[in-house]
Design a protein. Sequence first.
Length: 588
Amino acid sequence: MPVRLLTLNNPVNSSIKSPWLNTVTKIMAENPSDSVEDKLRLLSQRFSHRTARELDDLRHKIGQSDEQHGDWELLEYLHQVLHRLTGSAGTFGLQQFSHQSRTLEQLVKGLLQQPHNKGDKWPAIYSELQHRILPELKDLDRLLGDSAPKSAAISERQNHDNEDALLVLVEHQGAFYTSLQEELKHYGFALMSVASCAEFSQKLSRIPTSVIMIAHVSQAQACIEIRRLLQQQTPQRSISIVCFGSCPEFDSRYKIAALGIDGLFSEATNATEVAEYLQRLQTERLEASGGKVLIVDDDVDLLEHYRLTLTAAGMTVKTLGTPEAIFSVLSEFKPDILLLDVHMGAYSGPTLARMIRFQPQWLSLPIIYLSAEQDKSEQLKALADGADEFISKPISDSELKETVRTRCFRARQLANLLARDSLTGLLKHSLIKQEMANEYARCRRVGEQAAVVMLDLDHFKRVNDDYGHGTGDTVIKALANLLTHRLRKTDKIGRYGGEEFAIVMPQCDLTQAEQILEQIRLHFSGLVFQSGRNEFHVTLSAGIALLNDYEDPESALEAADQALYQRKQLGRNGVSLALAGAAKGEQQ
């Protein structure tokens, strides 16, 4: 699901505090003594109550709509809510609700595809709203009441779901901001307008943990105040602030930086650069918020304490009480960092670190000693055997979390530098082929379907020739950002070479892949690129094959490439499918 963009027509005034803070406190309050099971149960109950309120709000808005005046914003909002509920309900065990919500979402999506500038279309849409959608919403409410929410097993998300990230645009009137909003739509940033701060406070239940605020530099102080208030209530919130405006003087730029904002752009900056920066902020947030940690310690009680502490902080943790299985766990789990005790009965941590460094694939693995050893010389000697840091026990939970989080973040950054293309941030050629081979093996093992896509920019040489290679790089990065934002988190994207991209889409058949790529094609063709005073558009072509319809992943990739070639022959700017067993030229 696209990240939601909340538009505030008025900047937040620091005098509006009490009602807002009370609402924040009420919604965000947590009971730290609850067990994980109790927290999940409470979360399910909260989801049901919140959804009931949202459904009631939707019914009220539809009831207030006018047959004579098209309310396309209402239709957009209705689609956004249904899309989110469809993805969330299954996670909370409301499978029937999710299924019916998806059906209704598809209906609304079809209505949204009607030309907005055709006023004669609205009466028919209004009739659908009143006589079909409104009763369906009431039925959803019934399903919500009849179901007993329970926690569903954690599974891979089926949609590119970024509900935990919200963009808040503190609106500044002008052509630049209007253009920015329109361009961000193509990248998947959906728009939600809020007329006032009072209305904003009423929507706090939909504000996730991560927020990126976008504002004119004149509103920077107000945004900083928002961040202070929100983080005061929920310290784990990630709130970034990006400002636009002219600050040519060193002193003015220094003052803005001193406030604590995270980015500053002039209003001449194009939307492609803004989208790229926002995507980078979100990527860094995701990398900073998680991590895979392997802990080896012979103190079982302490080991469990570490596991619970780090797991509660959002990290994935594996533990070993004895080190005999460490190499098999390393190979299977592939941790970002290793926490290792120095003294473990018959085993020495430094000796284990030296053994691990014998194998080249673990030379870059950060190893951190956790030990009660206080002797500095012993600590330095231990570090000389291949570790990166020494932390003395006892260590506070907060220090443990911050140390591990920072180390995981840096480890992932370094891994990405090695694994990803420097221009786009996508997987390199060899790694996307490896992901394809891995998915092929998985499909064969569990009997699932997966699609492989070859995608190419149309007439890209003409872009380089007419506007220069720098502009060509901007176009490539724009497509990479759009793919990253609009595809699912489970999809793997790689730069295959030049202007060509490869995508692996697990648990996806040809029809689903075609629909997804067709939407991406339409949105990309709507992007406006600039070179000097010239504006231009670029299109793309794609070929899709079903990975497990072929004898090996290379054959599937070749089939997708042939489908791409056929699309080029048919006139470009489209998506073609490769049918297994079809003769060359028979792709759809």
